[in-house]
Design a protein around this ligand. Structure first.
Ligand code: NIG
Ligand code: FE
Length: 413
C-alpha cells in the first residue's frame, strides 16, 4: 500500500464554443438576477475529481502539469448539469390508454374521479414489486440523463401502502435521486374516500421510516385529493420529523396552498396553473419557490402558470418536468426550457437559472449544484449547438452531446 494518496483524476473540457452559467450566487435567484448569465466564448472547464477546479477562456488557460484527460469541446456549449426538482419517477405500468381517451375528449379530473388516473397507477405500482420499481427508476434516470439531467428528485406517492411507499423511496435513493415522500397524493381504495383515516395510517405507520429515507414531504392539495386542513396536518407531522416541505398546489383550483406553504415555511409550492394575482403577490413576498411545470399544463391542455407575472413580481421560480405517467410523461428539461420561453415568456437565461440554481435550491443543494464555477460539483452538460440558447430554441431537438457527471464523461450521443 502506498502512503501517498492518489491525486484526483482531472478532466479538461477544452475549446468549447461557449460556456454559460447563471451569474448570481445567492439562491434562489429572483428578479433581474434570474436572467443574468455569465457567458465565456472559446472556453474550458477543468474538473478535479468530482469538483470543478476552474472555468475560463482557453486563452487564459495555464499549461497543466501531470495527467489530464481531455475532452474536445469544439462546436459544443457547456451549461451546468440540469436539476429536475419535481419528478414522479417511481411508478409501475403506464397510462397510454387513458392518454388516448383524453385525446378523444375525456378530462383528467373525470378519469380520476372514476377510479382511473392516479389510482390506476397505484394498482400497477403495488404490483411491480421492489425489484420492478428499482429497474423502472433506473430506466427513468437514464432517460433523464440523455436530456442533460444530472440531479433529480424522485417522489413516491403511487404506492400509498407502507411497503410500496418505502420501496419507492429506497429505489429513488439507491438510483442516486433525492427522495420525496408524497404520502398524501391520493386516498387509496382501501380507505374508501376517507382521507382522514388514510392520513391516520400514513402518519403512524409510514412516516417514521419514510423520514429516514426521504429528504422532503409533499402533498396534493386539491379538490378531490386533500383539503387544506388535511394538508396542514400531514405537513406539520412531516416537519416534526425533520422533512423539508413541498406542496402540489393551485393545479386546477386555488385551495390556499400558497398561504399554507408560506405559513409552514415550505421549500416550494408546485404547479400554480390556477394562481391568481393575490397568490402571485403573496409568493413574491415570501421565501417559498414557485415550481412551474409547463409540460403538465401542455399535456393536459390546461392554462399555463403565470410565469412571467411571477418573475416580474419578484417571486423565486424554478422549472421542472413533473415527469409522471398521467399528467406529464416527459423527462426533458430542454423541452421545458422551450415551453418556458414560448408559453411562459421566460428568457432562455431565466429558464436556465430556473432549472439549475433555483431547482438546486428547492432540493437543498444550491451550494454545490447548478453553476459552473470552482468548488461546485463537476456536473456539466455539453450541448451540440453553436449558442447555448439552443437549450430553449431547439424545440424537442437532439441537443445533448455528452454529460459529465461527477467529473466523468458519460459518453452519450
Ligand atoms: O403533479 N397532481 C398530482 N400529481 C401529479 C400527476 C399524477 C398522475 O396523474 O399520475 C402531477 O401532475
Ligand atoms: Fe407532480
Amino acid at each position: 500500500m502506498s502512503d501517498k494518496a492518489a491525486a484526483p483524476s482531472r478532466l479538461l473540457v477544452r475549446d468549447l464554443a461557449q460556456l454559460a452559467t447563471p451569474a448570481g450566487t445567492d439562491a434562489p435567484l429572483r428578479g433581474l438576477a434570474l436572467g443574468q448569465v455569465e457567458l465565456v466564448e472559446n472556453a474550458y472547464v477543468l474538473c478535479e475529481g468530482a469538483t470543478i477546479a476552474a472555468v475560463g477562456r482557453m486563452a487564459d488557460l495555464d499549461r497543466l502539469e501531470g495527467d489530464v484527460e481531455e475532452l474536445d469541446g469544439r462546436g459544443l456549449c457547456a451549461i451546468p448539469g440540469l436539476v429536475d426538482c419535481h419528478a414522479h419517477v417511481a411508478f409501475g405500468g403506464d397510462r397510454v390508454e387513458e392518454f388516448s381517451l383524453r385525446a378523444a375528449g375525456a378530462s383528467y379530473e373525470e378519469l380520476h374521479a372514476a377510479g382511473g388516473g392516479i389510482l390506476s397507477t397505484v394498482r400497477a405500482t403495488r404490483a411491480a414489486g421492489e425489484d420492478g420499481l428499482r429497474t423502472t427508476v433506473e430506466r427513468h434516470r437514464g432517460w433523464m440523463r440523455e436530456h442533460g439531467t444530472t440531479t433529480f428528485e424522485g417522489k413516491s406517492g403511487y404506492g400509498l401502502d407502507r411497503d410500496t411507499e418505502l420501496a419507492s423511496l429506497r429505489a429513488v435513493r439507491d438510483a442516486g435521486g433525492i427522495p420525496t415522500w408524497l404520502g398524501a397524493h391520493a386516498v387509496p381504495p382501501e380507505f374508501d374516500g376517507d382521507a382522514d383515516a388514510y392520513l391516520d395510517f400514513a402518519l403512524a405507520e409510514v412516516l417514521p421510516e419514510a423520514a429516514q429515507i426521504a429528504e422532503a414531504a409533499d402533498v396534493f392539495l386539491e379538490r378531490g385529493a386533500f383539503d387544506r386542513a388535511q394538508a396542514r396536518r400531514y405537513l406539520e407531522a412531516c416537519r416534526e420529523a425533520a422533512l423539508a416541505l413541498r406542496l402540489h398546489g393551485d393545479q386546477f383550483t386555488e385551495q390556499g396552498a400558497i398561504p399554507l406553504a408560506i405559513e409552514l415555511g415550505a421549500r416550494s409550492v408546485d404547479h400554480l396553473e390556477a394562481t391568481g394575482d393575490a397568490g402571485v403577490r403573496a409568493l413574491a413576498a415570501s421565501d417559498v419557490v414557485g415550481v412551474l411545470l409547463p409540460a403538465s399544463a401542455l399535456f393536459l391542455a390546461r392554462p399555463m402558470p403565470p410565469g412571467r407575472k411571477l418573475v416580474d413580481t419578484g417571486a423565486a421560480v424554478a422549472l421542472a418536468t413533473d415527469f409522471n405517467p398521467g399528467s406529464a410523461f416527459c423527462e426533458s428539461l430542454p423541452l421545458i426550457c422551450s415551453l418556458a420561453a414560448t408559453q411562459l415568456k421566460l428568457s432562455p437565461a431565466e429558464g436556465l437559472a430556473a432549472m439549475t440554481v433555483n431547482a438546486a435550491h428547492v432540493l437543498g443543494r444550491a451550494d454545490r449544484k447548478g453553476r459552473l464555477a470552482p468548488g461546485y460539483d463537476a456536473d456539466v452538460v455539453l450541448l451540440d449547438a453553436p449558442d447555448w440558447r439552443y437549450l430553449a430554441y431547439h424545440l424537442g431537438g437532439r441537443l445533448v452531446a455528452d454529460v459529465v457527471l461527477a467529473g466523468r464523461p458519460t459518453a452519450l450521443g
